[in-house]
Ligand binder design. Structure first.
Ligand code: ADP
Ligand code: MG
Length: 704
C-alpha cells in the first residue's frame, strides 16, 4: 500500500497514513485534532488509537505532509508517514525515564533519611524527586492546556501541586513516581497488544528467489514485477500471488482461509502470498504486485475495520466527555465544602485532589477498542473477515440465520442425475438444447448441464442468450426458441409443466425443465449434495440463534427434503432474488435481527438487506470479499457458529471491561469522598484498570 494516494478524480485530493508515537489516549487524539484542524487544505482526519495511526485526507495543492509532521511535533508527539523510517528520536523517551529513575533514587534516599530522623533533609529529597519526576507530566500538561483539553497530565499536575501546597511532600513525590511507573506499565501493555495483533497479520516473507537471465537471485518482494518467475522451495512461504508455471505441490492456505488443509497445486493453479508450500518445489509466475495481493487486501480490510468505531465505543466516549468535567465539578465542590459547611479545609482539599485523579477515564475509553481490535484480528486468523466493530456487535445480537441453498448449504458441484424426455423426443436432444443455452453461463446448474453434454456430443452455443437470475435462461437454437429453467420460469412464459414434482425422485433433485417453441421437451434432474459440515454447523448455530431458515429459488419439494435432512426450521422455496430480499424483512419482523449467508454474487440484494450479510468462499471471489459485512474466506460452514460465538464473547468482554472500569471508578469516588482513598491509591486504581482491561481484551485473540 502506498502511503500517499492521489484521488483518481481530481488528483489534488490526497490521503496519507501516518504513524504517531505518543498517541495513547483519546485526549491525545483531541490534542492532535486541535493542532491539525486549523491547517489550510486539511479535509478529514481520523485517528486509530490502537495502531497509533492517523488517516488524513487533504488538498495536496495547499498542504504538504511535512507541514503536518511539523505541526504535530509541536505537541510533543512524533509522527511520520507510515512506510517511512521514523525520524530520529530526539531522546525524548530517554530523558523522561532517566528523570524518573532519579526521582526514584531521591524518594528512596529521602525515606532512609526520614527513618534516621533527619526529617528536614528528607523533605528536600522528596521535593527534588517531585520536580524531577514531574518535569515530563508538566510539559505534557502545558501542551494539553494549549489545546484547551484536560488530560490525565493536567489533572495529575494539579493534584501534585496541591499536595506540595498542603505540605505533603512525601505524598507528592510518591504520587509522581507511581504515576510514571503506571504510565510505563500502560504503554508497555498497549505496545504488547499492538505487536501481538500485527504479528497475526504480518505473514508474508520479505524476500523471494527469482529466476532472471538464467540465474537465481534473491530480491525484495516489493521489487518483484508482474511476469517474474519465482521459485518456491518445499516448506517455504509463498511470497507473492501468482500462477503455478512449473512443478506440483500441496499448499496450506490456512493463513488466508483459516483452513489448515493441504491443497493440490499444479501448473495453471493460483497460489497466494502468505500460504505455505508443502512437499514439492514450484515455479510461480507473478500475477500481482505485493501491495495488491489477496493477503495485502485482507490486511487492509482488517485494519480499516479495526479503525472503525463500534456503537458502544461512541457511547463510551460520549459518556467520558461528560464524566471528566462532572468529576472536576464535584472535586471543586468538595474543596469548597469546608468554607460553606465548615470542617478541616486541609482534609477536604486533599479529598478533592484525589477526585481529580479519579476524573481520568482512560481505562473506560480504551476498553472497547482493544476488545474489538483483538477480536477482529483473532477472527482474521481463522479466515473470518468482519468489516468493523458495528458488524461485530450486530453479529452478536442475531436471532435468525437465513441460508441460501445452492452453493451455500450445498457444495454447488451439481451433477446431472437423469434426463426425462417427453414422448417423441430423446434424452440427448433435451440435453443438447439445454447445453446450447447454458454454454456461456456460470451458474452451477448451467455448468452441470454443459459438463454433462460435453461428454456426449458437440455443442454449438445458442444465440440471443439471456439469463434471468433465479429463474433460468433462454436463447435461440436452430431457429427455435428454447427455455431452460424452473417450472415457475416456464409457466411465466406460458409453458405448462406437468411432471410429478412430488414424486420421491423429484424430491431428491432440482428439476430443470427445457421447452422448445412453447412446448415442454423434457426435464433434467440435477443432484447436489449438502456440504459435509452443514448439519453440524446448523446444530451448533442453534445454541446461539432461535431460528434457522433456508431461502431458495429451487422448487419446494427438493427444498423441503433437504431442509429435513439438515435440520432447518423453516423453508421458503421458489423465490426470485428480489423475493429473497423481501423475505429478509419478513423474517426480521417475526424473529428479530437476521443474518443471511450466501455466495455473495447473485445473493447480493439479500445480503445487503440482512442485518449481517455473510459471504462464503471469499478467498476465490473479489466481489464476495468486498460486498459482505462478514466474509468467510473458505467454504467452511462451521466458521459461522465460530463467528457468532466470537462476537458474543467480544460483547461480553466489552461489557466486563466497561464494568471493571466503572466499578473501580465508582468505588474510588465513594472512598475519596468519604476520605478513605489516598492519591497513590487513586493512581494505582486508574492504571490498574487500564492494564486489566487490555489484558482481558487480548484473551479474544486466542478465542476459538
Ligand atoms: P438458490 O436460491 O438455491 O441459490 P438460484 O436463485 O440461483 O438458486 O436459482 C433458483 C432456481 O432457478 C434454480 O433452482 C433453477 O431452477 C433456476 N435457475 C436459475 N438459473 C438457472 C440457469 N442458469 N439454468 C437453469 N435453471 C436456472
Ligand atoms: Mg445460490
Amino acid at each position: 500500500m502506498p502511503s500517499i494516494e492521489t484521488c483518481t478524480v481530481c488528483e489534488l485530493h490526497a490521503e496519507a497514513v501516518f504513524r504517531v508515537e505518543g498517541m495513547d489516549c483519546s485526549e491525545e487524539v483531541t490534542i492532535l485534532e486541535r493542532r491539525l484542524q486549523p491547517l489550510k487544505g486539511l479535509e478529514a482526519l481520523s485517528a486509530d488509537l490502537m495502531h497509533q495511526r492517523l488517516h488524513v485526507k487533504y488538498d495536496a495543492a495547499r498542504l504538504t505532509t511535512s507541514a503536518m509532521v511539523d505541526a504535530v511535533s509541536q505537541t510533543g508527539m512524533r509522527m511520520w508517514l507510515e512506510h517511512d523510517e521514523p525520524a530520529a528520536s530526539g531522546g525524548g523517551l530517554e530523558w523522561r525515564w532517566r528523570l524518573v529513575l532519579g526521582a526514584g533514587a531521591a524518594v528512596l534516599l529521602g525515606g532512609v533519611l526520614a527513618l534516621a530522623g533527619l526529617r528536614a533533609t528528607a523533605s528536600w529529597c522528596f521535593l527534588a524527586a517531585t520536580l524531577a519526576g514531574g518535569t515530563y507530566p508538566v510539559r505534557r500538561a502545558l501542551i494539553s492546556l494549549r489545546a484547551r483539553t484536560l488530560d490525565i497530565n493536567v489533572l495529575m499536575v494539579i493534584a501534585v501541586a496541591g499536595a506540595l501546597l498542603l505540605g505533603d511532600w512525601f505524598e507528592a513525590a510518591s504520587v509522581v513516581l507511581l504515576f510514571a511507573v503506571a504510565q510505563w506499565l500502560e504503554v508497555r501493555t498497549l505496545d504488547r497488544a499492538r505487536r501481538a495483533i500485527r504479528a497475526l497479520l504480518d505473514l508474508s516473507p520479505p524476500e523471494a528467489i527469482v529466476v532472471r537471465g538464467g540465474a537465481e537471485i534473491r530480491v525484495k518482494v516489493e521489487d518483484l514485477v508482474i511476469g517474474d518467475r519465482v521459485l518456491v522451495r518445499p516448506g517455504d512461504k509463498v511470497p507473492i500471488d501468482g500462477t503455478v508455471s512449473g512443478g506440483r505441490s500441496d499448499v496450506n492456505e490456512a493463513p488466508i482461509t483459516g483452513e489448515s488443509l493441504p491443497i493440490d497445486k499444479s501448473v495453471g493453479d493460483q497460489v497466494f502470498a502468505g500460504t505455505i508450500n508443502g512437499r514439492g518445489a514450484i515455479d510461480v509466475e507473478v500475477t500481482r504486485l505485493r501491495r495488491d495481493t489477496r493477503l495485502a487486501r485482507i490486511i487492509h480490510l482488517v485494519e480499516t475495520a479495526q479503525a472503525q468505531r463500534a456503537p458502544v465505543q461512541t457511547f463510551v466516549e460520549r459518556f467520558a466527555r461528560v464524566y471528566t468535567p462532572a468529576v472536576i465539578v464535584v472535586a471543586l465542590a468538595v474543596a469548597l465544602a469546608p468554607w460553606i459547611a465548615g470542617g478541616d479545609p486541609r482534609m477536604w482539599v486533599y479529598r478533592a485532589l484525589v477526585l481529580l485523579v479519579i476524573a481520568c477515564p482512560c481505562a473506560l475509553v480504551i476498553s472497547t477498542p482493544v476488545s474489538v481490535v483483538a477480536a477482529l484480528a483473532g477472527a482474521a486468523k481463522h479466515g473470518v473477515l468482519i468489516k468493523g466493530g458495528a458488524h461485530l456487535e450486530r453479529l452478536a445480537s442475531v436471532t435468525t440465520v437465513a441460508f441460501d441453498k445452492t452453493g451455500t448449504l450445498t457444495r454447488g458441484e451439481l451433477k446431472v442425475a437423469d434426463v426425462i424426455a417427453v414422448a417423441g423426443g430423446t434424452a440427448d436432444q433435451v440435453i443438447a438444447l439445454a447445453a446450447a443455452v447454458e454454454a456461456r453461463s456460470d451458474h452451477p446448474i448451467a455448468r452441470a448441464i454443459a459438463g454433462h453434454a460435453a461428454r456426449g456430443s458437440f455443442v454449438i452455443p445458442a444465440t440471443n442468450v439471456s439469463e434471468i437470475p433465479g429463474l433460468g435462461a433462454e436463447g435461440r437454437v436452430d431457429r427455435s426458441h428454447v427455455l431452460v429453467g424452473s417450472a415457475r420460469f416456464l409457466e411465466t412464459r406460458g409453458v405448462a409443466v406437468d411432471v410429478g414434482a412430488e414424486s420421491p425422485r423429484a424430491l431428491a433433485h432440482t428439476l430443470i425443465h427445457v421447452a422448445r417453441d412453447g412446448r415442454l421437451a423434457g426435464t433434467i434432474l440435477v443432484a447436489d449434495r449438502p456440504r459435509d459440515t452443514a448439519r453440524d454447523a446448523i446444530e451448533l448455530l442453534r445454541r446461539h440463534v432461535r431460528r434457522v431458515v433456508m431461502l431458495t429459488g429451487d422448487h419446494l419439494g427438493a427444498a423441503t427434503a433437504m431442509a429435513a435432512e439438515l435440520g432447518v426450521d423453516e423453508t421458503h422455496a421458489a423465490l426470485l432474488p428480489g423475493e429473497k430480499h423481501a423475505m429478509i424483512a419478513t423474517l426480521r419482523a417475526q424473529h428479530g435481527p437476521v443474518l443471511m449467508v450466501g455466495d455473495g454474487v447473485n445473493d447480493a440484494p439479500a445480503l445487503a438487506a440482512a442485518d449481517v450479510g455473510v459471504a462464503m468462499g471469499a478467498a476465490a471471489s473479489d466481489v464476495a470479499l468486498e460486498t459482505a459485512d462478514v466474509a468467510l474466506m473458505s467454504d467452511e460452514l462451521l466458521k459461522l457458529p465460530y463467528a457468532i460465538r466470537l462476537a458474543q464473547a467480544t460483547v461480553g468482554n466489552i461489557r466486563a471491561n466497561i464494568a471493571i472500569s466503572l466499578i473501580l471508578k465508582a468505588a474510588f469516588l465513594a472512598l475519596a469522598i468519604a476520605g478513605h482513598a489516598t492519591l497513590w491509591m487513586a493512581i494505582l486504581a486508574d492504571t490498574g484498570a487500564s492494564v486489566i482491561v487490555v489484558v482481558n481484551a487480548l484473551r479474544l485473540l486466542r478465542a476459538t
